[in-house]
Write a protein that binds this ligand. Structure first.
Ligand SMILES: C[S@@+](CC[C@H](N)C(=O)[O-])C[C@H]1O[C@@H](n2cnc3c(N)ncnc32)[C@H](O)[C@@H]1O
Length: 198
């Protein structure tokens, strides 16, 4: 097992989903951005590093039939599946590291909240962007949330890279057009404010 996987497996084995800093009861901004793409409910969505997030719950509820959740941690996916019960059959669950994974499908929407910022190694970022480019349909949308330049320097005890909309766009390259950027203040369960950009 890689150190990265071990780290995340431990987090999800030791903590309840609502005890982690990134917990949100309702993924409001993610949902708003998914809707704002204009991709209809027949569109396909991948939530990269989706963990135990409830984004899949709300997408199922809204009727999206093609939802994929990828995460490095089997324990995280297990938490999400248990919460969803029967409904978990409506999601394709993939266990893998996004810097190594080859995704089986193509998607209209790529969603990542608080995953890309953990890639402190340029080679890992290049592999992530290669997979994003290969997996997104032409005209598809990437919704990526990271800590902003005035956000925390660490997340889950790990170093992160902080971004402005411009530096994040630069990482993705000219195949992507920056359509919108939004500042978000996330309040953790222990009431710390974390500044994100999407
Ligand atoms: C800060 S959490 C965010 C979880 C979720 N996106 C949310 O908003 O609730 C980061 C997630 O990314 C996963 N992760 C970290 N590095 C990853 C990688 N290289 N490939 C896939 N998943 C990864 C972790 O297991 C964890 O679930």
């Amino acid at each position: 097992m890689t150190l990265r996987k071990e780290h995340w497996e431990n987090i999800y084995k030791c903590k309840q989903p609502n005890e982690v800093g990134w917990y949100e009861a309702h993924p409001e901004m993610s949902l708003r951005l998914v809707k704002s793409t204009g991709v209809g409910i027949d569109g396909s969505i991948v939530d990269v590093g989706g963990g135990a997030s409830s984004l899949s719950d709300v997408l199922i509820k809204d009727g999206y039939p093609k939802i994929t959740v990828l995460d490095i941690s089997a324990a995280a996916l297990q938490r999400a599946k248990e919460r969803l019960g029967e409904l978990s059959n409506r999601v394709k669950w993939l266990e893998g590291d996004i810097t190594e994974a080859k995704l089986p499908d193509n998607y209209d929407i790529w969603h990542d909240r608080a995953v890309f910022h953990f890639l402190t190694n340029a080679d890992d970022r290049r592999k992530y962007v290669d997979t994003l480019r290969e997996s997104l349909n032409t005209g598809g949308y990437a919704i990526i949330g990271t800590f902003s330049i005035d956000g925390p320097v660490k997340c889950s005890g790990l170093d992160v890279v902080r971004y402005s909309p411009e530096t994040l766009h630069r990482e993705l390259g000219d195949d992507f057009k920056l359509l919108e950027s939004i500042n978000v203040e996330h309040v953790t369960p222990s009431k710390f404010v974390q500044k994100f950009i999407f």
